[in-house]
Design a binder for this molecule. Structure first.
Ligand code: BGC
Length: 359
């Protein structure tokens, strides 16, 4: 007997931007019961449910209930990040002898695409034909030459695919008409307990990385790739976020906790397991695979109890963590790091999968 697939995608209105652009919400559902809500503003994942060990699906990503809140004060909750995820020192870089000055929006540096990065623009959405056991939404954004200081007209597509195996796959692609730089990522803040009043310090993290990237006190890499052995940055065996986050360590001081990029092992072309996060009480396990060379672990160090939670109350310190797959910060200025240059004859591609299960 043929099984009846229950994957579905539904569209509704989510509000309007300040300049009157309509924003839609797409609800992706799979037949297991997982729901991923994505809005066209910033390509933001506003809700994402995952099962606990009793099979109960609960929302596990921080965010807001209204578009106005996302527009007013978002620390990139759930958003697509571009053109360049992470920091570029003083917003400066050179390509073929031309120096470019990007907007400076994080102290003296450029962060996550500038003042109006890909997290703050309205993307064009297209529902992809359903395949039976997965459902996909394609988002497109055309960033004009000079936007936030970047060279080249850049066309970016991001396809979110939810499968019946509780995987959300994110496929990025971009093309340009002038040599430029690109480094795209997804900025969901997870709290696998499903209760956003709790901290994430008890989550057990694994990072498949023998090295990480030390930074200065403005979070710009020193250029060194440092061995994690014997440091609080060793997550090769499962370790809670909280275990060493408060030990005396210059790098933890610079990041105000973990806010660093790890150098993933097995840097051959192709997708491999990069990281996992496990919440013992609920049994929720999140596994992240990617073809990127790096992953940023950010432990919600700047959350300070001021932003309103969608569950009521506010988001306190360290109530969410991000695992952002990416190329290394400040790569355009550090020739030893893998290249982030995109030429007109090339296509930038990058894939990350987020798989939920229980144990
Ligand atoms: C960065 C943090 C930053 C945060 C913004 C993270 O990706 O690494 O330094 O504060 O994004 O919410």
């Amino acid at each position: 007997m043929a099984t009846i697939s229950k994957v579905s995608i539904e569209k509704s209105e989510f509000g309007k931007t300040e300049d009157g652009k309509p924003v839609e919400k797409y609800i992706l559902k799979n037949s297991e019961g997982m729901i991923v809500d994505i809005i066209t503003y910033g390509g933001i994942i506003t809700n994402w449910t995952a099962p606990n060990k009793d099979g109960e699906y609960e929302d596990v990503v921080l965010g807001y209930n209204s578009l106005d809140e996302y527009i007013k004060n978002t620390p990139y909750f759930g958003a697509l990040i571009g053109r360049y995820g992470n920091r570029i020192a003083k917003g400066k870089f050179s390509l073929e002898g031309t120096e470019y000055q990007l907007t400076v929006n994080d102290g003296q540096n450029h962060l996550h695409g500038g003042n109006k990065g890909f997290d703050k623009v309205v993307w064009t959405a297209e529902e992809m034909p359903a395949t039976g056991n997965s459902v996909s939404l394609k988002l497109t954004y055309i960033s004009e030459d000079g936007e936030e200081g970047y060279p080249g007209n850049l066309t970016t597509t991001v396809i979110y695919t939810l499968t019946d195996t509780n995987v959300l796959e994110v496929d990025y692609a971009a093309t340009t008409d002038i040599k430029t730089i690109v480094n795209l990522t997804q900025h969901s803040y997870f709290n696998l307990s499903g209760d956003f009043s709790k901290t994430i310090l008890n989550h057990e993290i694994v990072l498949h990385a023998d090295k990480y990237i030390p930074v200065d006190d403005t979070l710009i890499p020193t250029g060194e790739l440092a061995d994690v052995t014997g440091t609080p940055f060793d997550f090769r065996q499962a370790k809670t976020v909280g275990k060493e986050i408060n030990v005396e360590n210059d790098q933890l001081k610079n990041g105000l906790g973990y806010d660093h990029c790890w150098v993933l092992n097995n840097q051959v072309k192709g997708i491999r397991l990069a990281a996992s996060a496990y919440h013992p009480e609920s049994g929720r396990l999140l596994e992240i695979a990617t073809d990127e060379p790096g992953i940023q672990l950010y432990t919600g160090n700047f959350l300070d109890g001021k932003l309103p939670s969608k569950q009521g109350g506010t988001y306190a310190h360290r109530t969410g963590f991000c695992l952002e797959t990416q190329h290394y910060p400040d790569s355009p200025n550090l020739p030893g790091f893998p290249s982030v240059i995109l030429k007109p004859e090339e296509i930038y591609t990058s894939t990350t999968t987020f798989k939920f299960s229980t144990k």
